[in-house]
Design a protein around this ligand. Structure first.
Ligand code: ADP
Ligand code: ADP
Length: 229
């Protein structure tokens, strides 16, 4: 687990006089283990902010620290994060176990350690009885849990969620939201969750960052944010 500091973070796409910032100096201190939702209308800069934390987008100005480490110059692989997207792609020819173990095998973790991590994640996600199945033999909700399992086994310091619920039908959306809440309760990993959906934000957030046109307009608990006139 780790804190996240955003210090006067600015993003401009491109260079030269036409490169207007799309993020205008965002400042926020996120504590170890917090679940933060970044919410705002389409185009306000949510994904850009998340992608800068992930190292998928260069930081134009200011800095981002994860724990004590300023990550501006680090490669994505050097940041201890896992990102969960809206479109989960599992490897269709691999078992559930192998889908979850794959990233760890690439990292050359000892097989015994891989087994322990996959079994622990499978326990939390109630996938223990499905480890030998192929993705096509799973329900939509089970597939989703495998995709989250793949993120958990890496034991990251930070989870980043980019609109993971937005392509799901209503039932699966609720199910997955509960699953994410359970994960956070059990693992307590510092999380940034991006959505344009205010109800989703209110339901999930411990604190929320409200973005508008590249600026952070509010940062507080849902009660604090919605109490304002
Ligand atoms: P959100 O996630 O809130 O929908 P984005 O972070 O995707 O917002 O986009 C913020 C702004 O930056 C938008 O105006 C978008 O058009 C612009 N933008 C995003 N990615 C790029 C890019 N690669 N090049 C230029 N402009 C971009
Ligand atoms: P989202 O809102 O989910 O981020 P977008 O359609 O805004 O999706 O962006 C999809 C992709 O296109 C992203 O990789 C983003 O960086 C890029 N993009 C968005 N806006 C622009 C833009 N104005 N110019 C170039 N690339 C952009």
């Amino acid at each position: 687990m780790a804190s996240i500091s955003l210090r006067k973070v600015v993003k401009r796409y491109g260079t030269g006089p036409k490169a207007n910032p799309v993020i205008h100096g965002v400042d926020a201190e996120i504590a170890d283990g917090e679940f933060i939702v970044i919410v705002g209308p389409s185009g306000c800069g949510k994904s850009t902010l998340l992608r800068m934390v992930a190292g998928l987008e260069e930081i134009s100005d200011g800095e981002i620290a994860i724990g004590p480490r300023v990550v501006n110059e680090l490669e994505p692989s050097e940041r201890d994060i896992a990102m969960v997207f809206q479109n989960y792609a599992l490897y269709p020819h691999m078992s559930v176990y192998d889908n979850m173990a794959y990233g760890l095998k690439i990292q050359r973790l000892p097989l015994e350690q891989i087994r322990q991590r996959v079994e622990k994640a499978a326990g939390i996600l109630e996938l223990g009885h499905l480890l030998e199945r192929k993705p096509r033999q799973l329900s939509g909700g089970q597939r989703q849990r495998v995709a989250m399992g793949r993120a958990i086994v890496r034991e990251p310091q930070v989870f980043l969620f980019d609109e993971p619920l937005s392509n799901l039908d209503a039932k699966l959306r609720v199910q997955t939201r509960l699953e994410i809440q359970k994960l956070h309760r059990e693992l307590g990993i510092t999380s940034l969750f991006v959505t344009h959906d205010q109800v989703e934000a209110m339901t999930l957030a411990q604190r929320m960052i409200v973005m508008n046109a590249g600026r952070m307009e509010q940062f507080g608990t849902p009660d604090e944010v919605y109490a304002r006139p």
